[in-house]
Design a protein around this ligand. Structure first.
Ligand code: ATP
Ligand code: RIB
Length: 329
């Protein structure tokens, strides 16, 4: 079996298996009501997709803004993306943005018979909150048999595999099994929310959910998460299913965490001038992942640093463009 990147004396390797989308973003004075036609005050086409955003977050937050290449001598991790785009303009732009930030894209296929994934995003300017309609396209061409064996996770194996749910669920479950067989730690960010089979939780190292995901996957009302006791109860549900570290991101309220080794806490959000919350969760995941592979993981420290990084992202427009570099924190 292949060994992991860091066991060969190199920088730790984070692999992200997930989506790449081009984001079509309209900024509006309020979210449209049924039947209403709105004129946007600004429109942007910018690189996104939860998978690619999290890969970019790992890359930017492990490098400084003046050293952006993959072989940056100051980098603290290597980042690899596994995914699929169409052989079209958006696909080319997404791949080139990842490469520019030092992400290895040799595991992303570009197929002439598929279109690149798209996300239509409407951002409410007064609050910075978004509403998103996703068209998965090439992201849904990633099928379970492709990820059934540990070798599909790459050689060397990653020190951490990150996944979300913008690719087919059976593919995620297959990769979880492959990672378990290869003893690769997994960080699962089950977004957008879908119920998961019991096996997905067994031995899962890190589960990062927002309030909606915690409520759907944990089987509780979102209002139950208004109190620390309610957050602890849902956290314990995930621990009882076999998760080792549970993190619930709470938007402007901050973050709750609970670990199987008895640590827990509620960290308030940093003060921020919110303009667009898109990719706040992805930034959180990227910063947290870097702590996981740092060799000195402590959940309380990881959550604090990730909370700080995500607060920067909400102060800027866009997804990948809004994620801070390491030296901006
Ligand atoms: P998105 O889908 O918009 O990327 P999400 O729903 O996955 O986000 P949230 O819980 O909304 O995730 O936000 C993730 C983290 O970002 C929060 O836990 C917090 O650290 C930071 N954050 C979000 N909103 C704010 C805010 N208004 N002020 C400061 N920090 C924020
Ligand atoms: O998490 C933010 C991302 O969700 C956006 O970039 C968009 O592509 C959607 O997938």
């Amino acid at each position: 079996m292949a060994t992991s990147g860091s066991s060969k004396g190199q920088l730790p390797l984070i692999t992200v298996l997930g989506s790449l989308n081009m984001d079509l973003v309209s900024y509006v004075p309020h979210h449209p009501l049924p039947g209403e036609t709105l004129t946007s005050s600004r429109f942007a086409v910018s690189p996104g997709g939860k998978g690619a955003n999290q890969a970019i977050a790992c890359a930017k937050l492990s490098r400084s803004s003046n050293h952006t290449s993959a072989d940056d001598p100051t980098a603290t991790a290597r980042v690899r993306m596994l995914g699929a785009v169409g052989d079209d303009t958006y696909g080319t732009q997404l791949l080139s943005n990842l490469s520019r930030h030092g992400v290895d894209v040799s595991g992303v296929t570009a197929s002439p018979s598929l279109k690149t994934g798209l996300a239509i995003i409407i951002v409410d300017e007064p609050t910075g909150q978004n509403r998103i309609v996703l068209s998965p396209e090439a992201n849904h061409s990633l099928l379970a048999p492709q990820f059934a064996r540990p070798s599909s996770l790459g050689d060397p194996l990653p020190d951490l595999l990150i996944m979300q749910l913008e690719i087919p669920l059976p593919t995620v479950v297959a990769a979880l099994r492959a990672a378990r067989d290869a003893r690769v730690a997994v960080l699962l960010n089950p977004a957008p929310a879908q119920e998961l089979p019991a096996e997905a939780y067994a031995g899962l190292a890190h589960l990062v959910v927002n309030e909606t995901e915690a409520s759907i996957l944990g089987g509780v009302a979102e209002s139950d998460l208004d109190t620390e006791a309610g957050l602890e109860a849902v956290g314990k549900t995930f621990l009882s299913r076999g998760v080792l570290n549970v993190v619930v991101t709470l938007g402007g309220r901050g973050v709750f965490y609970l670990s199987a080794d008895g640590q827990k806490g509620l960290i308030p959000a940093e003060k921020a001038k919110v303009v667009d919350t898109t990719a706040a969760g992805d930034t959180f995941v990227g910063r947290y992942a870097l702590e996981v592979v740092s060799g000195s993981f402590n959940i309380a420290e990881a959550v604090k640093k990730s909370n700080r990084a995500a607060a920067k992202t909400v102060e800027r427009l866009g997804a990948q463009d809004s994620i801070p570099w390491r030296d901006e924190l």
